[in-house]
Design a protein around this ligand. Structure first.
Ligand SMILES: [Zn+2]
Length: 256
């Protein structure tokens, strides 16, 4: 059985932004009722630290993936190391992986190639994927439809209609800090209407800090402000949301 509480399904806590005070950040998370943090390693140099944390404390899970924003800079050696990590049983998901046409429009085909290669590996390993999609919703959908896998649309920023389509493919929808931003109409609509059995929450820290801490460095403890906001929006008890989120997380990542 798993613990029920707030959880952060996407946190970059082994990145350089946390190198001076990670212990404090972890303690803050525990003090604020978090029961689980999925550590996302986009930089392969972060994996060893993440594995050490996960080995010593069941609060942590680890995911590793080659991010579309790094596609241009990756070498064969990076792929080999990623491939080795992907097989590690302590690494329970592949991500974040996907497409980013906001920052990189000139290497679309290469991004798709890297995305598909990692989806195929995840399928072979029977591990879910954590999907990054920025200004690339249609291509992301087409690829996920063709290459069937399971996973989560992280920091989802698309429409409710598209969210429904992703859930039909077997994907969960994870909402981050922007749902609390005043003018973010789309995430609010998704938060209100998406099937609660397909919903996850995350900080994507160190970025995208939710209200009322917008502008500060983000960290896992702030996920509770995202959860509280969604509970109020849906007019349900916080505990009910926690139960759903924890169940969804465990179905996706532990019983895949
Ligand atoms: Zn991320």
């Amino acid at each position: 059985m798993y613990k029920v509480g707030w959880l952060d399904s996407h946190a970059h806590i082994c990145g350089k932004e946390f190198k001076d005070d990670l212990d404090k950040v972890i303690q803050n998370a525990k003090d604020n009722g978090l029961v689980k943090i999925m550590i996302i390693c986009s930089d392969l140099s972060e994996v060893e630290k993440a594995l050490e944390l996960a080995t010593n404390d069941e609060m942590f899970d680890v995911a590793v993936g080659l991010h579309p924003n790094d596609q241009k800079f990756l070498t064969d050696k990076d792929w080999d190391l990623f491939y080795e990590y992907a097989h590690n049983e302590k690494i329970i998901a592949i991500g974040e992986i996907g497409l980013d046409y906001h920052w990189h429009k000139d290497n679309v085909e290469k991004q798709k190639e890297l995305f598909i290669k990692q989806i195929k590996l995840a399928k072979n390993l029977n591990k879910p994927i954590i999907v990054h999609s920025r200004d690339a919703m249609k291509d992301t959908y087409d690829i996920l439809k063709e290459h069937k896998c399971k996973g989560v649309m992280h920091c989802y920023s698309g429409s409710y209609e598209m969210a429904k389509e992703f859930t039909k493919l077997g994907y969960y929808i994870s909402l981050a800090g922007p749902v609390t931003f005043k003018n973010a109409a789309k995430p609010k609509e998704v938060a209100l209407k998406v099937d609660i059995n397909k919903l996850l929450i995350e900080t994507d820290c160190p970025y995208l800090t939710p209200v009322p801490f917008r502008g500060k460095r983000n960290e896992p403890m702030y996920v509770k402000h995202i959860g509280k906001y969604i509970s109020e929006l849906r007019n349900i008890e916080e505990n009910e949301l926690k139960e759903h989120i924890c169940e969804n997380y465990n179905i996706l990542f532990k019983k895949f």
